[in-house]
Ligand binder design. Structure first.
Ligand code: TSU
Length: 300
């Protein structure tokens, strides 16, 4: 199963055999044995490389979950025995990554220096397949409750504040009403169901025609640079990203008075996969800082 996962990841039998310290004939023999047991071909070999048959793709989905679960089972048992090791894998939204994640990770890594943390960028719904197949323990991302698929659960943390951003020389950089932005060219940071598309919801609520979306830029590193470099583009960013971005001097918040949706950031995981003790502790620290943030906001 690990070999099949590596074949998909690396795109070749040779690379997968190398990664597993096996010879290619040994790996091929193992796959052929599996194909014989399943009575179905899993791979198609051709000069262009190797691809998965429909059977192979179906088997791969199970293999990913089984391998991830067996890793989690090992981690859980050693953690329950008091050996805090293993890996916590998660995806985070930019607002979380710049906000409370550093504080939560500082506490967690002090407490458990031998537990590795694998953190990557990711927003729902794009991140759903790797939560579902067990690759990730959880994701910290905005989710619309109505959008959440049945096999996932979301526990709310806090709402992210969104601002409309343009380059300083955009002719509408001082606009105060959404309807003034009706003809602007928008760069969105996520497809329609994601938080980077809140402007579509805001336009709809304000009774406006859908915004003119000229570009989808799912890189939060490139997005501020793109908007800063143009006199035509507008986008929406979490306020914390605007405040901390390297292009802040060339960008400005468009002071629109209409209210914008505030994406609700949640912990998202598979509902039938319990978190390992280490993942639970990290989620605990994240919730701790989310509550602290809410309390501070209330007191201001
Ligand atoms: S975040 O997911 O809360 O970081 C986020 C991303 C993009 C936008 C708002 C919020 C526009």
């Amino acid at each position: 199963m690990r070999a099949l996962i590596l074949i998909e990841e690396l795109g070749s039998l040779r690379a997968a055999a190398q990664a597993m310290n096996l010879t290619q004939p040994a790996l091929t023999a193992a796959i052929q044995q599996l194909e014989a047991e399943l009575k179905a071909p899993l791979l198609v070999r051709s000069r262009q490389g190797v691809t998965f048959t429909n059977f192979g793709q179906a088997f791969l989905r199970h293999a990913k979950l089984i391998v991830a679960q067996s890793r989690r089972a090992q981690d859980e048992i050693s953690q329950l025995r008091g050996h805090w090791e293993g890996t916590v894998r998660m995806a985070v939204s930019p607002a979380i990554g710049l906000g409370l994640l550093p504080m939560a990770l500082r506490q967690f890594t002090q407490q458990h220096p031998n537990v590795k943390v694998h953190c990557r960028d990711g927003l729902y719904p794009n991140i759903a397949p790797v939560i579902r197949d067990g690759t990730l323990d959880f994701a910290l991302t905005p989710v619309h409750r109505v959008d959440l698929e049945n096999d996932l659960v979301a526990e709310p943390l806090y709402s992210s504040e969104v601002v409309i951003v343009s380059g300083v020389s955009h002719p509408l950089s001082r606009a105060t009403r959404l309807r003034q932005l009706q003809d602007c060219d928008w760069v969105l940071s996520s497809p329609s169901r994601g938080p980077g598309a809140v402007i579509e919801e805001a336009f709809q609520k304000a009774g406006l025609n859908p915004p003119k979306v000229q570009m989808l830029c799912e890189s939060f590193l490139a997005l501020p640079a793109l908007v800063a470099s143009s006199e035509h583009w507008m986008t929406t960013l979490p306020r914390i990203l605007f405040e901390n971005c390297a292009f802040k001097e060339q960008l400005c918040i468009v002071p629109v008075e209409d209210s914008l949706p505030s994406p609700l950031i949640c912990t998202v995981r598979r509902h039938d996969l319990p978190l390992t003790p280490a993942a639970l502790q990290l989620v605990g620290w994240i919730q701790h800082y989310a509550l602290k943030r809410l309390a501070m906001k209330k007191s201001h």
